[in-house]
Design a binder for this molecule. Structure first.
Ligand code: HAM
Length: 414
């Protein structure tokens, strides 16, 4: 029997959680700032939701299960898009246009844990439904960039690599690929960067594909599609053109994408993708809803945290932990009897108040404890408290005043 956490999961101690919450609050602020409303769905879904349209890659990584004695197959959610499309479909014709939703769900994928890949992770999802034009694609990309910029990243650190499924397919077919090989070729292209060149050539030949059909993808960056021309114009409007480039080696592994697709990467190609997304115009209809265009992305916390730490933009979280407004200590029997009541008074006044649980009359020791918490003030229930007086010490300036109960809150809040 071992009592370790399962492989690929994380325990979040307070500082770890503070670091993740710092990232999440940049995500949430950027979403709200851009007019997206927050949603959440179930952590598990019917297995079929993923097998219909997510594609082989993700299906092979599902944690699936049945309840004891049951015969329905479920899966822990590996991504949010099918849930979101299902929720949109359930609203049917009452869905407003546009619908702008975001969420920060946890996801589960039975992948081999490695740098940037875990079995449980958080993913920020930003999705816009009902707008056919690439202006929506630009708006979701701009929202992603707003969050990254808030976290301290610049266009020198990050690149949004933008592509289009139709352009990629046309390039492959023009290069001599047979129509029936298209899905296999797209799958290969998606994984190309993750394997050595000779293995890639081997895999292409195994699939009966001439590896030379992939050569144009190394240097083709021209916008050769109406959607991309519109998108380029829109990206300029949002003033984010310098963060973005066209790169037709991006195809995305998920099967539901229909048009523009993109990935956000560290600019030097370090690490896996920070985010991935694109258009999935057919998915809501597939789940029984109206035919409605959609575009969005998912950004995971794991790779992003690695990139932020590497650039010195995210610490271990210790400096992000909340510090108390006031720390209460008692150095006498009257104080001991009144400490809980004092803390309660302060908390009721909306002050972040902590207390010492030590039983010592050594005020020096107690103040050392107070200073360790980085509290702004210490309230000392000492000698003076026998006369009903509170000693309040400002722990950074070391200024000290003796106050009556009636003046305590006002002084601490000033
Ligand atoms: P995805 O490319 O599968 O897309 O995932 C998006 C991001 O989630 C990745 O770029 C990565 O940062 C993070 N991620 C994925 N798997 C893992 C893992 N095992 N460990 C850590 N991080 C991971 C989707 O999931 C789409 N549903 C995104 C989307 C939303 N498309 C439209 N709307």
């Amino acid at each position: 029997m071992t009592w370790q956490s399962p492989k690929g999961t994380r325990d979040f101690f307070p500082a770890d959680l503070a670091a993740i919450q710092h990232v999440e609050s940049a995500w949430r602020n950027a979403s709200i700032n851009a007019g997206f409303d927050e949603i959440e769905g179930p952590m598990f879904e019917h297995l079929d939701l993923y097998t219909v349209k997510s594609g082989e890659g993700i299906v092979s990584e599902l944690f699936s299960f049945r309840r004891a004695g049951g015969d329905t197959d479920y899966a822990l959610r590996p991504e949010f898009t099918p849930t979101l499309a299902r929720m949109a479909a359930a609203k049917g014709r009452s869905l407003s246009v546009p619908t702008k939703w975001f969420g920060i769900p946890s996801h589960f994928r039975a992948e081999r844990p490695q740098r940037g890949r875990l079995r449980e992770f958080k993913q920020w999802n930003v999705d816009m439904l009902g707008i056919d034009s690439p202006s929506a694609d630009a708006e979701v990309i701009a929202t992603a960039i707003r969050a990254l910029a808030d976290l301290g990243l610049t266009s020198d650190d990050i690149v949004v690599r933008i592509s289009h499924r139709d352009v990629v397919a046309k390039m492959l077919l023009d290069g001599g690929l047979k129509e029936e090989q298209l899905q296999v070729a797209l799958g290969l292209l998606d994984k190309r960067e993750k394997m050595p060149a000779e293995i890639f050539v081997e895999k292409a030949e195994e699939a009966g594909i001439d590896p030379s059909v992939f050569t144009p993808f190394d240097n083709e960056t021209e916008a050769s599609h109406e959607d991309l021309a519109t998108l380029q114009h829109e990206l300029k409007q949002w003033d984010i053109a310098e963060w973005c480039k066209f790169d037709f080696s991006i195809v995305r592994g998920l099967a539901y994408y229909t048009g523009i697709v993109f990935e956000i990467h560290e600019a030097n190609g370090n690490e896996r993708a920070i985010a991935g997304g694109g258009r999935y115009d057919g998915l809501v209809e597939m789940f029984g809803g109206p035919s409605i265009p959609a575009v969005g992305f998912g950004m995971g916390d794991v790779v992003l945290s690695l990139v932020l730490r590497d650039k010195g933009l995210l610490g271990d979280g210790n400096d992000l932990l909340p510090t108390p407004d006031v720390f209460v200590v008692s150095a006498g029997e009257e104080g001991d009897a009144a400490i809980a009541e004092t803390v309660s008074l302060l908390r009721n006044a909306n002050l972040h108040a902590r207390r010492s649980y030590k039983t010592t009359k050594n005020v020096g020791k107690l103040l050392t404890e107070a200073a360790k918490t980085k509290a702004t003030f210490a309230v000392i229930l000492g000698e003076e408290f026998t006369r009903g007086e509170y000693v309040v010490k400002n722990l950074s300036t070391k200024d000290q005043v003796t106050l009556q109960r009636a003046d305590l809150i006002e002084h601490l809040k000033s």
